[in-house]
Design a protein around this ligand. Structure first.
Ligand SMILES: Cc1cc2ncn([C@H]3O[C@H](COP(=O)(O)O)[C@@H](O)[C@H]3O)c2cc1C
Ligand SMILES: O=C(O)c1cccnc1
Length: 342
């Protein structure tokens, strides 16, 4: 089934409403454009107030983390899962400030997460993932399962009332496979996509670049196929994120993209089904070069550009007030024709 784009008639009606507001023509700039897109995506003009925005953080570990590609040890991943559950992570503070519902799922954390509620690991695909320069990250069956988890979770959030969905990432080393996914999708060499992630030094950056280059050499032309690419270069959490974005678009729910992991997975979802692109909003520009390259390919201009490089969904959640602003303007501003006499 092809993905249905937002209703063009609604988009036209929203654009007419925007043009009629008691503001000078074009004065609302990109907020006006965002309001028009959101109206069409949310299915009414004026758009409904955004009262239900949901973030799902998909966590997993990465075999490459043992090969000097991150500034932090893999032990941070389970610790941060616990922090998210306690509401004390970076994105937790932002989500609280902006009334965004947060759910955390362990897709591939290399830890038993003792004492953590069972539902957090109920969809676990495996512990860790293959080091992509040496072996495939996942089997084809694991890719299928991870995509299915992403779809199931998105469907659950939509059924619970989500008007807008956000995916968040968590997992030491994840900027390495995410950069590899972007390189695979865009046909770019490792040097152009690799960034410093959590802040690796020059030696770390060189190692990381070589890991991505070796992974791309190992995989060869399997990168022509997005599912093969997920098996070869991704991880359980990144494959699930791809399934999450696909399912949101299929359900006609807008997805606000975060940093590198979120955008790399959205790009992969677009390779699987180009119709996904119509349902994406870019929350922010991260400092990772691959994220900007992927946004450009997707034709998306990010709302925020704050030098954020946290992940967890933080840049997307930080952009939620702009979505609410755009919606509020189309809902609450008078029409100039109603203010003028006669
Ligand atoms: C304390 C801490 C909290 C985080 N929250 C998100 N990330 C982010 O940074 C990591 C990816 O960067 P790299 O590929 O360089 O390891 C992931 O865990 C990602 O979610 C964190 C990283 C750390 C250290
Ligand atoms: O682009 C991101 O979201 C990002 C960058 C560095 C580390 N974690 C996330």
């Amino acid at each position: 089934m092809p993905i249905t784009p937002p209703d063009p008639a609604l988009e036209t009606a929203a654009r007419e409403r925007l043009a009629g507001l008691a503001t000078p023509a074009g004065a609302l700039g990109r907020l006006g454009d965002l309001g028009v897109r959101l109206s069409a995506m949310l299915g009414s003009v004026p758009p409904p107030a955004l009262t239900d925005v949901r973030l799902v953080v998909l966590a997993g570990d990465h075999g490459v983390a043992a090969h000097g590609v991150s500034a932090y040890p893999a032990a941070v991943t389970p610790a941060m899962v616990r922090s998210l559950l306690a509401g004390s992570a970076g994105v937790s503070a932002l989500a609280r400030a902006h009334d965004v519902h947060v759910r955390v799922l362990d897709l591939g954390v290399d830890d038993d997460l003792d004492g953590v509620p069972a539902e957090v690991s109920a969809h676990k695909v495996r512990r860790g993932s293959g080091a992509i320069h040496l072996e495939d990250a996942l089997t084809a069956e694991e890719v299928r399962r991870a995509l299915e988890v992403g779809r199931t979770v998105a469907a659950e959030e939509v059924a619970a009332g989500a008007q807008v969905l956000i995916s968040g990432d968590l997992g030491i080393g994840n900027t390495t496979p995410a950069a590899a996914l972007v390189a695979a999708a865009l046909g770019l060499p490792a040097e152009e996509v690799v960034g410093r992630g959590t802040g690796v030094d020059d030696a770390g950056l060189a190692r990381k670049t070589e890991v991505v280059a070796q992974a791309l050499r190992r995989v060869g032309d399997r990168t022509a196929d997005p599912l093969e690419t997920l098996a070869a270069l991704a991880s359980a959490d990144l494959a699930a994120t791809t399934g999450f974005v696909l399912a949101a678009a299929r359900a006609g729910v807008p997805v606000v993209l975060d940093g590198l992991m979120s955008v790399a997975c959205a790009l992969t979802a677009v390779r699987i089904d180009p119709g996904v692109a119509d349902w994406l909003v870019a929350g922010h520009r991260s400092t990772e070069p691959a994220q900007s390259l992927a946004l450009e390919k997707l034709g998306l201009e990010p709302l925020l550009d704050l030098d954020l490089r946290l992940g967890e969904g933080s840049g997307a959640v930080a952009a939620v007030p702009l979505l609410r602003s755009a919606v509020g303007l189309l809902r609450d501003v008078a029409l100039l024709s109603d203010l003028l006499p006669g």
